[in-house]
Design a binder for this molecule. Structure first.
Ligand code: NAD
Length: 366
């Protein structure tokens, strides 16, 4: 036994799961391993008070397992608040697959992952996230019904990214209205960091409105493609955060608002699709507030995707999906004003409202 080798007091110090910095009373954390396909995945189920835990699967080449665990804990918690603030009867969950999606993702690995999802009997429902395509969800669908975001030909609502982008656009407009007194983005200077599935669709909305768009990505090919399609300027500097722009839209990965970047940010509004943009919610949320930067909470404005996949479960049509997503505009304005009235961060205002919905459901369920 391993405890024979590692002394008991050393094991106490490790506290590998419940003692993790990002652990926040998650209900269940499931580690999945399959030798034949090379699958190594973690499913995080944060809270199921409002319904089954729904959240996408991310495949990422993490540096180590700690990073993967931390990511799934943070992401699944975010999903709880996202569903709650959007008024959906869903809990929060998320999954991460450790590995390079470009070289290590195989149909066999996706199906094996689907079997693990199935073993949870619907407590967790998966969907697409970074490193996943609709076709991957179709493979998961072959082995379990507990998956959303499958292709339209298979009865799904298809790729959620364009709807996510629409919600981000609505949230951005609301934040602009709050900060600049107008939600018209024409001639506003917006920097979009990450022009993947969501980022590109956001660039399209911004371009249709006549915004001055600057794009940044680590993928040079994408930059050329999106730039020529929408006339966006490719960022060539080496410190994107200190660019003098009106709006910064983080659409790559999370935690870009951190100790290193926060004092450099010149944007007056932050509104983007990435999950968990604030490295430390409380600390960095307060610093943004002090700097007078309007931060549109990520889990609120990137909820279009979850609305889209929820439609698969509830049988909504496209019109209802768009109506619910458009409402992100009103909810964002409410949260921004609630934060100002109560002297709290915008993130905290959104969390409070989401948490009170969960608490009252819990009380009613007793
Ligand atoms: N797809 C959805 O419907 C959805 C819904 C909610 C939240 N999100 C979040 O939005 C973000 C984007 O999602 P997506 O589906 O567009 O992912 P994606 O993988 O299609 O795109 C991400 C893009 O970011 C780029 N990128 C990665 N690291 C970067 C860096 N350091 N600097 C600049 N660019 C970088 C990648 O090259 C890629 O082009 C993710 O954080 C995701 O969790 C997505």
């Amino acid at each position: 036994m391993i405890s024979d080798v590692i002394k008991a007091n050393e094991l106490h110090k490790i506290d590998p799961v419940f003692g993790q910095y990002s652990f926040d009373n998650h209900e269940q954390v499931v580690f999945c391993n399959d030798k034949d396909t090379g699958l190594k995945a973690i499913i995080g189920i944060h809270n199921t008070v409002l319904g089954p835990a729904l959240g996408g699967t991310r495949m990422w080449n993490y540096n180590n397992e700690w990073e993967a665990l931390n990511d799934v804990l943070r992401l699944s918690r975010g999903m709880t608040f996202k569903a709650a603030i959007t008024g959906l009867n869903l809990g929060g969950g998320k999954a991460v697959i450790i590995g390079d999606a470009k070289t290590q993702k195989t149909p066999a690995l996706m199906k094996k992952f689907g079997e693990f999802v199935h073993s949870l009997s619907g407590k967790y429902i998966t969907a697409e996230d970074v490193g996943m395509e609709t076709a991957d969800m179709d493979l998961v669908r072959d082995v379990t019904p507990y998956v959303t975001g499958i292709s339209e030909s298979k009865g799904g609502a298809g790729n959620p990214s364009p709807i996510t982008a629409y919600g981000v656009f609505m949230g951005m407009k609301a934040a602009a209205k709050y900060r600049f007194g107008s939600d018209i983005l024409e001639d506003r200077k917006v920097i979009v960091q990450g022009i993947g599935h969501v980022g590109e669709a956001l660039v399209e909305y911004l371009s249709n409105e006549g915004a001055q768009i600057i794009i940044d990505d680590i993928n040079e090919e994408r930059l050329q493609e999106v730039s020529s399609k929408y006339g966006a300027t490719i960022y060539t500097g080496n410190d994107l955060y200190s660019e003098d722009v009106d709006i910064y839209a983080p659409c790559a990965l999370g935690a870009t608002i951190n100790d290193d970047t926060i004092f450099k940010i010149k944007a007056k509004v932050i509104a983007g699709a990435a999950n968990n943009q604030l490295a430390e919610e409380d600390k960095h949320g307060k610093l943004l507030q002090q700097k007078g930067i309007i931060y549109a909470p990520d889990f609120l404005i990137n909820a279009g995707g979850i609305i889209n996949v929820y439609a698969e479960l509830e049988g909504y049509d496209k019109k209802e999906i768009m109506r619910k997503t458009e409402n992100i505009y009103n909810t964002t304005l409410e949260i921004l004003s609630n934060a100002e009235t109560n002297g709290i961060t915008t993130n905290q205002a959104a969390v409070n409202i989401a948490q009170s919905r969960i608490d009252s459901r819990k009380k009613n369920n007793r």
